[in-house]
Ligand binder design. Structure first.
Ligand SMILES: C[S@@+](CC[C@H](N)C(=O)[O-])C[C@H]1O[C@@H](n2cnc3c(N)ncnc32)[C@H](O)[C@@H]1O
Length: 290
């Protein structure tokens, strides 16, 4: 299997201001690629707390970072609980936190996780495999109105009403079970747009809803301010305009944060070419005021 390519690595290191002897939080460690870059760059005695909501991601990161076992702490939890996570670890203040939002290549390529539709899998889409609502529940049990609101609110889909109506009449004949069934159904009813599969936005909207991604991002950013030392950095890479709006507003309005990226940072042409998942990435960074 190919593996996840971390996005904007040099910029992450630069804006986190990675130095030896500090504690950094990788709030979305995935398979651990950004964590590894931080550990390698800082050298010596820097510690990285590697957090991920998906237990499968934490297992991958533990393996990938095995040679740094004395400098890593792995936590399977959501970054919205960052304050409690650090309290439990008895860490008072950290020097920087990275949020690399969305999902990883490993997650979308794992059919059992039900995020992608290139290979068929159960309609799941949960990062936290113990949380109660799956994509299957949304598609087969939610009202037409709720499905429409999810598609419109989180996917910014203009024909949300029509897609929701189509889904609700189809599921009376046979409930949707797999990611492929849903993707093929949508592809038959929506126009293809600039090479993007017609189901992409629909899947994105459902994933954002199932994992409460926008609420968690707001809580995670608020929590981060509480656990960072003066002068510490918050770096956020987002892949969706709604996420970037939250990050931008937070950095502009939080009285304890100074935004240090004057303009949003995006991957250069070369990175976008070699790593298609970097195409929509936007990075912003802030510094905690004294
Ligand atoms: C783009 S991937 C991160 C990839 C990682 N930076 C790397 O270099 O391998 C995003 C990760 O965020 C995790 N995630 C999503 N929401 C989360 C949350 N609320 N708390 C913690 N992790 C979360 C996902 O499970 C996924 O592994």
């Amino acid at each position: 299997m190919k593996e996840h390519r971390p996005v904007l690595v040099d910029k992450v290191i630069e804006f986190l201001n990675v130095r030896p002897g500090c504690i950094y939080i990788d709030a979305t460690c995935g398979a651990g690629h950004h964590s590894r870059s931080i550990l390698e760059f800082a050298g010596g005695n820097c510690t990285v707390v590697c957090i991920d909501k998906d237990p499968r991601a934490v297992a991958r990161a533990k393996k990938y970072l095995a040679d740094f076992s004395d400098r890593t702490i792995f936590i399977n939890d959501g970054f919205e609980n960052i304050k409690k996570i650090l309290q439990d670890l008895k860490i008072e203040k950290a020097s920087g936190i990275l949020f690399d939002l969305g999902f990883s290549f490993e997650q979308i390529s794992d059919p059992d996780a039900g995020f992608g539709f290139r290979q068929s899998g159960p309609l799941d889409m949960r990062f936290d495999t113990k949380s109660s609502i799956t994509a299957r529940d949304v598609i087969n049990r939610f009202s037409k109105e709720s499905i429409k609101n999810i598609l419109r609110g989180f996917g910014e889909i203009r024909d949300a009403e029509r897609i929701a109506r189509n889904i609700c009449s189809e599921r009376k004949i046979k409930p949707f079970e797999t990611t492929r069934e849903l993707a093929d159904f949508i592809a038959r009813r929506r126009k293809h747009n600039r090479g993007i599969h017609p189901a992409t936005q629909v899947f994105q909207a459902i994933r954002i809803y199932v994992n409460r991604e926008l609420e968690n991002l707001e809580a995670g950013l608020e929590g981060a301010v509480k656990i960072l030392a003066p002068g510490a950095r918050i770096v956020v890479i987002s892949y969706h305009s709604l996420e970037d709006r939250i990050v931008k507003n937070f950095m502009r309005t939080n009285s304890r944060i100074k935004m240090i990226t004057k303009k949003v940072i995006v991957p250069d042409e070369m990175e976008r070419m070699v790593n298609p998942s970097a195409r929509s990435a936007k990075m912003r960074a802030g510094e905690v005021l004294a």
